[in-house]
Ligand binder design. Structure first.
Ligand code: ZN
Ligand code: ZN
Length: 190
C-alpha cells in the first residue's frame, strides 16, 4: 500500500472513531440509541468541525425546529441547552438546525435533505449504522444565514401569585381584576 493510501485510511479511521465517541456521549445523555439521536450527532459533528467549541456559557446559540431525539445530542455535545437559554425551540416539525456563534457572529443552517432514512423497512440498527457512516455534508443542505441573535438569558425577580402563592417570574405574571396571577391561575380564573 502506498504511503498516501495508508494516510487516507488512517484519517478515515480517525473520523469514524470520532463519530463513534460522539455517539457514545450523546446516547449516554439521551438514554437509548436511535436514528434521531444519530442525526443530532452528525449535526453536532459538523458544528464542532467548523470553528465552534462546546458552549460553556452562551457563546453558541442553537435554534431547532423540532423537539425530537436529535435535540438531545445537541445538548450533550454542543452545550446548547434548554437550561442555559441557548437552545431555542420553534415548533415547526422540521429537521432544521441553525447555529449562531456570538464570537465570530456567523450563523449556519443545516436542513435535513429528503433522503431515505425514513426507509423503515431497514432494521433500526442498520439505519443507525448507515447514518453513522455518512458525512454531514451528504445528508444536510448547509448554508450561511443571517441571524438576529437573541438577548442573553436574563434573570427576572419573582412575584408571588395572588391566587396560589407560587413565586413566579415577573415577566410571566398576568393581571386580572386587579390581581397578579401566574399563567395557570389566570387561565383558570379568567
Ligand atoms: Zn431517541
Ligand atoms: Zn397561581
Amino acid at each position: 500500500m502506498s504511503n498516501e493510501l495508508i494516510k487516507v485510511k488512517y484519517i478515515l479511521v480517525i473520523i469514524k472513531l470520532e463519530t463513534k465517541s460522539l455517539m457514545e456521549k450523546a446516547v449516554k445523555f439521551h438514554g437509548h440509541s436511535c436514528p434521531g439521536v444519530t442525526i443530532g450527532v452528525l449535526v453536532s459533528k459538523y458544528i464542532l468541525e467548523h470553528d465552534n467549541d462546546f458552549s460553556i456559557d452562551e457563546e453558541l446559540v442553537a435554534v431547532v425546529e423540532n423537539d425530537n431525539c436529535s435535540v438531545d445530542a445537541l445538548q450533550a455535545l454542543l452545550g446548547t441547552t434548554y437550561g442555559k437559554g441557548n437552545l431555542i425551540h420553534l415548533d415547526y416539525g422540521k429537521n432544521n438546525f441553525t447555529f449562531y456563534n456570538r464570537d465570530n457572529k456567523k450563523a449556519v443552517k443545516l436542513s435535513l435533505k429528503n433522503l431515505s432514512f425514513g426507509d423503515r423497512n431497514l432494521p433500526r440498527e442498520e439505519r443507525i449504522q448507515k447514518l453513522l457512516n455518512t458525512n454531514p455534508e451528504d445528508i444536510f443542505n448547509i448554508e450561511e444565514v443571517k441571524f438576529d441573535p437573541p438577548q442573553f438569558a436574563q434573570i427576572h425577580e419573582s412575584i408571588l401569585c395572588e391566587n396560589c402563592g407560587d413565586p413566579t417570574m415577573s415577566t410571566r405574571i398576568k393581571e386580572f381584576k386587579g390581581k397578579k396571577l401566574c399563567i395557570p391561575c389566570y387561565e383558570k380564573l379568567k
